[in-house]
Design a protein around this ligand. Structure first.
Ligand code: MRU
Length: 344
């Protein structure tokens, strides 16, 4: 990804330090965050300094590698297990997190060096998968397509390139001039803050739309296709993604608009038979009741935006059933949800 004409990854590890773009400050401030121990890397995932399935997975892998580097010789095995349990408790839905900790933990049992190499390998695989998703997904995008997307499944949600946005970046590179309708994606507004900022940096035409405007634009023939990411995909093709995705898929079906999901194969949880088995994270009600942004003086400020006496519910994800999804774009090919197991 290019930010101010410099190439970045969302997250990377050098020696024992993990470097991350601090997503809580975007789009207002671009700052890097450094984590030199696995406990801080857990905090980084939990507080969403890093977020998005692929980026969470890479960070969790690096955190597990940091734990291997920190583990005392005398208590190596127990220390690793405790760290794994703590890393896995940070966020429950993104499958990439669990796949990464399992892989790095297994290598850590062989040696510290193997753990670090495995974590670096996972990050590289994420990047490569997203690049291939871009190339394959681009074949589904006609010239001048108007594409709606939800939340942020771009560079920032992965090590680089993104899943849902990668085909759009590729289409733009091929001169197809895509136009993107960006769902703001309350309560944390990853669409309005992160996706819009990415598209701006890529010089791609877009408009931010209120979450409840999607049906309006779809019913007026202003959306040609929809592409979203995924946090976990069940074996039957049901997809957990950012809260609000289900609603968009239902509306897209009503208006005959193709609804695509893009995700690396690492996001598939073959042990989850259907979407009912996917754990859905419930986050703090504060995210619904308060909003953070900059005031007119440019200071980052949090304000209350709801009735002070009221409480809120805040599920972070919902599950879109396979029958509402046209196809799932992975680095291994484009699959009908019902035919996902052909990949195995
Ligand atoms: O809560 P988040 O921001 O970590 O949620 C993840 C998402 O951004 C989306 O649901 C995305 O479409 C899938 S993650 C690549």
């Amino acid at each position: 990804m290019r930010v101010n004409d410099k190439n970045y990854r969302t997250v990377w590890m050098q020696e024992n330090t993990v470097f991350l773009i601090n997503q809580n400050l975007l789009p207002f401030r671009f700052e890097l965050f450094e984590s030199s121990d696995w406990e801080t890397s857990c905090m980084v995932i939990q507080t969403m300094i890093v977020r998005g399935a692929g980026a969470i997975g890479a960070t969790a892998g690096f955190a597990m590698a940091q734990a291997a580097l920190q583990a005392p010789e005398a208590d190596y095995i127990n220390y690793l297990l405790e760290a794994k349990t703590a890393i896995e408790a940070t966020r429950p839905t993104a499958q990439n997190l669990f796949a990464a900790t399992a892989r790095v933990h297994a290598k850590a049992l062989i040696s510290r060096d193997e753990a670090v190499n495995e974590a670096q390998q996972i990050a590289q695989e994420d990047l490569d998968a997203c690049m291939t998703i871009g190339k394959l997904g681009n074949t589904l995008i006609p010239d001048q397509a108007r594409i709606e997307t939800h939340c942020n499944a771009g560079w920032l949600a992965f090590v680089d390139h993104g899943s849902a946005l990668s085909p759009i970046y590729e289409a733009a590179k091929q001169g197809k001039k895509p136009f993107v309708l960006v769902d703001e994606t309350r309560p944390r507004s990853q669409g309005a803050r992160l996706t819009a900022w990415e598209l701006f940096n890529e010089h791609i035409q877009h408009r931010i739309i209120a979450d409840n405007a999607g049906a309006h634009y779809m019913s007026h023939g202003m959306v040609d296709l929809m592409i979203v990411g995924a946090d976990r995909i069940a074996a039957n093709g049901d997809v957990a993604n950012k809260i609000g995705t289900l609603e968009k898929a239902i509306v897209a079906k009503e208006y005959g608009i193709p609804f695509y999901v893009a995700a690396p194969s690492m996001t598939i949880d073959w042990l989850c038979a259907t979407g009912v088995d996917i754990p859905i994270e419930e986050r703090s009600e504060e995210e619904v009741l308060f909003q953070t942004g900059i005031n007119k003086s440019g200071e980052l400020t949090t304000i209350q935006v709801a009735s002070p006496e009221s409480e809120a519910w805040n599920p972070a994800f919902d599950v879109t059933p396979a029958h509402l999804i046209h196809a799932i774009i992975t680095e291994k090919g484009i699959f009908k949800p019902s035919e996902l197991n052909r990949m195995q």
